[in-house]
Structures are given as structure tokens and as C-alpha cells.
Design a protein around this ligand. Structure first.
Ligand code: SAM
Length: 197
């Protein structure tokens, strides 16, 4: 779901980038994020700050997708080496023509997507055997507070708990590790091979 005006503005620069760099990236590194020389997909790349942080580790390829064309334009303006950006709804990830993806990164996206389970399923299919997904999401109470006091908007279908997302990951065949980041959680999921149904 598109961000509303208030959240779109809050996502550009400032405080968000400090948290993104010093808390979220460090937490993912501690969970084992290792992308040097790998093919990386970032779901919901926004205006490309995550791509900038990830590019420091020199992935082989990086593709960032986002639903909002205005976010993708901002990301492209950063001119990050070896990085590509594409407007795409994550629920249509199966349309992507990419090399085998070894790492998927998600910075605060799934709680915007009513069909978050479908996105996890598509991620499981997109990953090479042994590949991992790294997810940062806020606790749902925080999304509710942001809607109430900052007039952001989150779809009720995506107000999952940490336990619900973990359970979904296990159903898909991911082995997971989770850690708290105060306002939310970071989860790493590694897949031997995607379960088909
Ligand atoms: C909270 S922002 C985070 C953006 C970026 N990861 C960051 O940290 O700055 C959520 C992003 O998810 C994107 N988004 C929401 N629903 C999406 C979907 N179905 N497919 C792709 N991107 C989506 C929004 O356009 C927005 O850029």
C-alpha cells in the first residue's frame, strides 16, 4: 500500500536514516547479513537509503523494488554504483527476471502490505537454496500509535505479531532467528529449498 503524505515525508532523511544505519543495519549484520559478491533484492527500497548502506558491502548485483514511482525516482537520483531500481508491487515479484537471488532485505515494508504472506511465499520461491531473507518490522502497537498520533496509515490485515510472521516463515520452510530492536524486531530466515504446494 502506498505511503500517505505524512509517512512519505517522515521516511526522507533525518532521524529515520540514523536509525536505519546505526541500529537496523548493525542488527542485520549481527544476525549474519553477508552480501559481498552476492545477488541482492531489496523489497520496498523506498528512496534508496538502504541501497546506499548495502552498497558499502559490494554486492554482485542489487535490485530495489518499490510500489511508489516517486520513491524509485529518488533512489535513482542517488546514482549508486551497480544498483538498479524498479517500480513493482512486491505481490508481483514472480514477474521479476533476475539472476538467482541469494539475499533478500526488507526494511519496514511487510506491515504495509495486506498480502504480506504472499510476499513471504514469493520470497521463498525467489531465493536460491541456502539463501536468506532479513526482515526489520515495527511491533504492531507502534504502527497503531503512528496511525493515531501521526496520521500514518497501515492496513489492518498487516498488523501481524512477531509470532505470526515467524510461524508463517516456518510453514514456508525457513529456519529463523529473531532479535528485538526495541520498537520492533529483526528476523533472519534461511531456506534450504522453497516448499511448493
Ligand atoms: C516505511 S517505507 C520504508 C521504505 C524504505 N525501506 C526505507 O527504509 O526508507 C515502506 C515502503 O514500502 C513500499 N511499499 C508498500 N507496499 C508495497 C508493495 N506492495 N510493494 C512494494 N513496495 C511497497 C512503500 O512504497 C514504501 O516506500
Amino acid at each position: 500500500m502506498r505511503l500517505n503524505h505524512n509517512e512519505f515525508n517522515a521516511m526522507q532523511g533525518g532521524f529515520k536514516e540514523i536509525i536505519h544505519k546505526h541500529l537496523e543495519m548493525r542488527t542485520l549484520k549481527n544476525l549474519g547479513l553477508e552480501i559481498t559478491g552476492k545477488n541482492v533484492l531489496e523489497i520496498g527500497c523506498g528512496s534508496g537509503y538502504g541501497a546506499e548502506l548495502l552498497s558499502a558491502y559490494q554486492p554482485k548485483t542489487y535490485l530495489g523494488i518499490d510500489l511508489m514511482p516517486e520513491q524509485i525516482r529518488l533512489a535513482q537520483q542517488r546514482n549508486i554504483n551497480n544498483s538498479q531500481f524498479e517500480v513493482l508491487d512486491a505481490t508481483r515479484m514472480n514477474q521479476l527476471n533476475t539472476p538467482p537471488i541469494e539475499e533478500i532485505v526488507v526494511f519496514r515494508i511487510l506491515h504495509h502490505i495486506p498480502e504480506w504472506k504472499a510476499v513471504l511465499k514469493a520470497s521463498a520461491k525467489k531465493l536460491s537454496p541456502g539463501g536468506s531473507i532479513y526482515i526489520i518490522e515495527p511491533y504492531r502497537y507502534l504502527s497503531k500509535l503512528a496511525d493515531l498520533f501521526l496520521a500514518w496509515q497501515h492496513p489492518p490485515e498487516a498488523l501481524f505479531t512477531t509470532a505470526e510472521i515467524r510461524e508463517e516463515m516456518h510453514q514456508l520452510g525457513f529456519a529463523t532467528k529473531t532479535t528485538s530492536i526495541g520498537y520492533g524486531f529483526a528476523m533472519q530466515g534461511t531456506i534450504a529449498s522453497a516448499k511448493t504446494d
